[in-house]
Ligand binder design. Sequence first.
Ligand code: GDP
Length: 366
Amino acid sequence: QEKANLDARSRDDLRCPIVVIMGHVDTGKTKLLDKIRKTNVQDNEAGGITQQIGATYFEKKTLETQTARLNETEKVELTVPGMLVIDTPGHESFTNLRSRGSSLCDVAILVVDLMHGLEQQTIESLTMLRKRGVPFVVALNKVDRCYAWKTCKDSPIRDALKEQEEGTISEFRSRSTNAKVQLQEQGVNSNLYWEMGDEDWTNSDFIPLVPTSAITGEGVQDILLLLCQIAQRKIWKQLMWCANLQCTVLEVKAIDGLGMTVDILVVNGYLREGDKAVFCTLDGPVVTEIRGLLTPPPSREMRVKADYIHHKEVKGALGVKVIGNNLEKVMAGTSVLVVGPNDEEEDIKAEVMSDLTNLEDKLSTD
Ligand code: GDP
């Protein structure tokens, strides 16, 4: 069955790419995430942006609206069904990407402060991303701090640059060239993304640079469209939706009224209420029935404690909170599997526990 599921995958049925935001402290990761959530969207809920567990989900139509102005010239046809942006920039498990395989994220935004250039954690993130083979774009953030910058709210970056005086452009040029040289020193070839040739696109070692302002929104459309393009042009194979369950534990936490819960990222497949799930703990595998699959209520403002939406079934990729018994010792970064009708429970347990050895191996080689 597993093989049949793999064979059934198709380029016409992609899942949402999972995006993480990384970079040095104070470069603007949190602000950029906020801005991405709000750009050109009057009403978040009507605009098809929903809060999930640990992630924000953007519907395809929202991505289309948010990138509409830029796409008048770029004419990129979106084939991804949406995008999932992880909500915790700088969170340790994401900065380390320490999880099985590449299941934790598909593509990253590495945020650099244009005024500061590459910093310590930028270089660490860079090393990590390349080691794990995760494609990324570099956001040259705080472009609005170039001398005498004229704000062009939420506008595509090239339109904004056209509005600037020569002195501003010249500062922008020299700072972005500086970032490019610093990246080169780390062995990374890069270029402002609109100056990339087609051959650069097919070269996996070539990194697109996008100037952004997380405060006034210039370049945010460009980032979104670039992420879609990377998803569709570079990593579509890994994004082909597959019915085989693939999920990773993000966090284990106690919630008032619910007891111990496990937040997980379902990358592929379905997870259902009543499923017999196997989790990994330091004391060995835990087999438990899934009693609830929860996502936050649709409106953030309306959020009251324990007021979650319950799902009978969820489909990857998405973030969901799981309730069940005996979840206290589940380890973040490990996989969750379900015992199917034709599975041997012992095999599934062994597979889940193999994560622990893999994690330890990774820790010792990092
Ligand atoms: P993080 O630590 O990377 O998450 O950084 P934050 O998002 O908390 O931002 C750090 C500081 O930089 C805050 O004071 C932000 O207001 C400021 N900041 C972030 N992005 C921009 C930007 O694009 N332009 C300007 N002028 N300030 C920014």
